[in-house]
Design a protein around this ligand. Structure first.
Ligand code: PLP
Length: 384
């Protein structure tokens, strides 16, 4: 059997491919977007998990849109208007896939910032969309480039990660948020606002969602991977009911529904009296780790390497002098530290800025120090 044409051009996820190497004994991984496993809120979920054994009704087939009480919780928490609703998905990654399958025909144009979240590149690639990239500045997308794309009249959606972007860590300013929302309304482009890192802000004040300025022109993807655990595989898409209904239809044919027992556990967790405390602890831990990594880099990096400060999320984007970033990532893993080369975050044929993505949430502080020593050795070796 031949592989479908749509799949032939998709690059496998570099990060998933190197996961085995990155997890090998002795290797410190700054590669994955892994939250700190020891901070999983197991204690807050323990009672709920224990109770599953006496709640057999949760193990019956459920509704495709999601577990009713969880949907009610979202309605209230997100203060959804009467004409808005939610669909729970198997990780926000599935939400993205549902959106692409429900709303894109081959050749339709999707705009994204470059570099881009790899999982989104894969989804839009599989949907055979025409992906057009615009550059990212320190405070969000290049607005001139964005408007020029929108003005062609061909753009169906703009996919964005405005809070602590993956891979760059950039968080959009308020002015950029307002302008992007205005442009989406003006040109009739749907904003796909993907916010898995939004709750991981450890510095400064939260910015409003971009979609709060263009509620009827947006679909919002939220993930519970970073604030609960990735293994429960739960996310949610919210937006106008007339746009959520097609997603539910696609999900019916995809997996019928996401795990109901896990949705019930998630609801118990989100409503737990100590959940906010858990989030505070997590933010404080990630802040400390970020400061450690940043300080180590500042002390040890060779000339020509630089990075911007981040106020949250999971990543530092380390810009490098001209070099082959795959070669550097290989030299790094040979030296027992895993990083992700910038090339994997760009589409083929695009200008690739030499950089590596460094995760600071999974390794402990002492490991971060050793990781930087190893990385600097690999950088010096690669740059000659
Ligand atoms: C920007 C972005 N969107 C979506 C996802 C997928 O998250 P989930 O685990 O909810 O599927 C990730 C995962 O790292 C991500 O970085």
């Amino acid at each position: 059997m031949k592989i479908a044409q749509s799949l032939q051009q998709i690059q496998p996820s570099y990060i998933r491919e190197i996961l085995a190497d990155a997890q090998a004994e002795g290797v410190i991984s700054l590669a994955g977007g892994l939250p700190d496993g020891e901070s999983f809120p197991m204690a807050l979920m323990a009672q709920s998990l224990n109770n599953l054994a006496i709640r057999p009704e949760l193990f019956q087939y459920g509704h495709t849109a999601g577990y009713g009480p969880l949907l009610d919780y979202f309605k209230q928490t997100y203060q959804q208007a009467d004409n808005h609703s939610s669909v729970v998905c198997t990780g926000s990654q599935q939400g993205l896939d549902l959106i692409a399958r429900a709303f894109l025909n081959p050749g339709d144009t999707v705009v994204m910032e470059a570099p881009s979240y790899l999982g989104a590149l894969q989804v839009f690639g599989l949907a055979q969309a025409n992906i057009e990239s615009i550059e990212q500045r320190f405070d969000g997308p290049d607005l001139t480039q964005l408007e020029a794309k929108f003005a062609t009249g061909n753009v169906v959606m703009f996919y964005a990660v405005p809070d602590f972007h993956n891979p760059t860590g950039v968080c959009w300013s308020l002015a950029v948020r307002q302008k992007v929302a205005q442009l989406c309304i003006q040109y009739g482009v749907t904003l796909i606002e993907d916010v898995p890192y939004r709750e991981l802000r450890f510095n400064g004040n939260a910015q409003p969602l971009v979609s709060s300025f263009c509620k009827d022109n947006a679909l919002v993807l939220r993930s519970f991977s970073k604030i609960a655990t990735p293994g429960i595989r739960l996310g949610v898409v919210t937006g106008k009911t007339e746009w959520i209904n097609p997603l539910i239809k696609v999900k019916q044919s995809s997996d019928l529904h996401s795990s109901v027992p896990m949705q019930a556990v998630l609801l118990d967790l989100l409503s737990h009296g100590q959940f906010n405390e858990h989030l505070e602890t997590l933010r404080a831990l990630y802040h400390t780790r970020y400061l450690t990594l940043a300080e180590q880099l500042n002390q040890k990096l060779p000339a020509g390497c630089k990075f911007n400060h981040v106020d949250g999320g999971m990543f530092i984007w380390l810009s490098l002098p001209a070099c082959d970033t795959y070669k550097l990532a290989k030299a790094a893993i040979d030296n027992n530290v895993a990083v992700v080369p910038s090339a994997v975050f760009y589409r083929q044929g695009e200008t690739i800025y030499p950089a590596v993505r460094l995760n600071f949430t999974n390794a402990a502080e002492a490991e971060l120090e050793t990781a930087v020593d190893r990385l600097v050795t690999a950088i010096n070796k690669t740059l000659g």
